[in-house]
Design a protein around this ligand. Structure first.
Ligand code: UTP
Length: 238
């Protein structure tokens, strides 16, 4: 069987409020998937919840106190976005799994039968970054690509610090020092990489690649094993 690639696609990449720009992006993503499928590559896209997740959580937040219940709302948002991409890819005849798996195990089995699997979240307590890292570990992917809406991991949050520096290469330990290790984010909260995913990657000894998913060429380069503009995060420092 050909190797599997796993990509966490941040929900912010599917912003419905930018529908025109998004349709061009979806067209490019479709082309890339057709190309990969043509080369007999298998790929799992793990899609974040973006606006539907945030809006759903905001709607319930003042009434629902249990974080896991809010997480369930977030998960529903991720599955909505996953369904959008699944249907976009099915529409041009890609070999996409006909269901959006709800577990890592279901995803693993579907990857044995289809070139492409699109999924969202699984269970409360983490984000889709963690789902992608867990799946990448289970299918022995070379690394897990985290395609988000920033160009790199920065030394500090670039939205609040002018002196934040972009990092091109680092270790999981260094990433953990910036975002934390293993402590779940609040429902709907965001970090460049989910701290729970950092812990899972450390335990699995899995490298990560963070890049700006708005530029499909970067994703293409990273999937191809080429140098790409973004941050490579090594599981080990040596
Ligand atoms: P996301 O994966 O979308 O989180 O999950 P994110 O970091 O905000 O990613 P972007 O911005 O969309 O890229 C949204 C929410 O859904 C719940 C959590 O509450 C999370 O904050 N969720 C998601 C889970 O509880 N479990 C999952 O497996 C996935």
């Amino acid at each position: 069987m050909s190797p599997v690639h796993v990509v966490a696609l941040g929900g912010s990449l599917l912003r419905p409020e930018e529908a025109d720009a998004r349709s061009m992006w979806m067209g490019q993503l479709r082309q890339l998937m057709v190309h990969l499928e043509g080369n007999e590559r298998r790929i799992a896209l793990v899609v974040g919840g973006g606006l539907p997740a945030r809006e759903g959580i905001a709607l319930a937040k003042n009434t629902v106190s249990d974080a896991h219940r809010l997480d369930e709302i977030g998960i529903a948002g991720t599955r909505l976005n996953a369904t959008v991409l699944q249907q976009v890819l099915l529409d041009i005849g890609c070999d996409v799994a006909p269901s959006v798996p709800h577990t890592i195990e279901q995803a693993r089995l579907l990857l044995d039968q289809h070139h492409i699997v699109v999924m969202g979240g699984t269970v409360p307590g983490h984000t889709t970054d963690t789902v992608a890292v867990k799946l990448a570990a289970v299918v022995h992917a070379r690394h897990c690509i985290i395609a988000t809406n920033v160009s790199h991991v920065y030394t500090k949050d670039p939205r609040h610090h002018d002196d934040a520096e972009a990092l091109t290469e680092m270790t999981l330990g260094e990433l953990g020092a910036i975002v934390g290790v293993g402590t779940p984010l609040e429902p709907g909260a965001s970090a460049v990489v989910d701290p729970v995913a950092v812990k899972v990657a450390m335990d699995a000894g899995l490298d990560l690649a963070v890049l700006d998913g708005r530029d499909i060429r970067l994703l293409d380069d990273a999937l191809d094993g080429q140098p790409f503009d973004g941050t490579i995060i090594h599981a080990r420092g040596d």
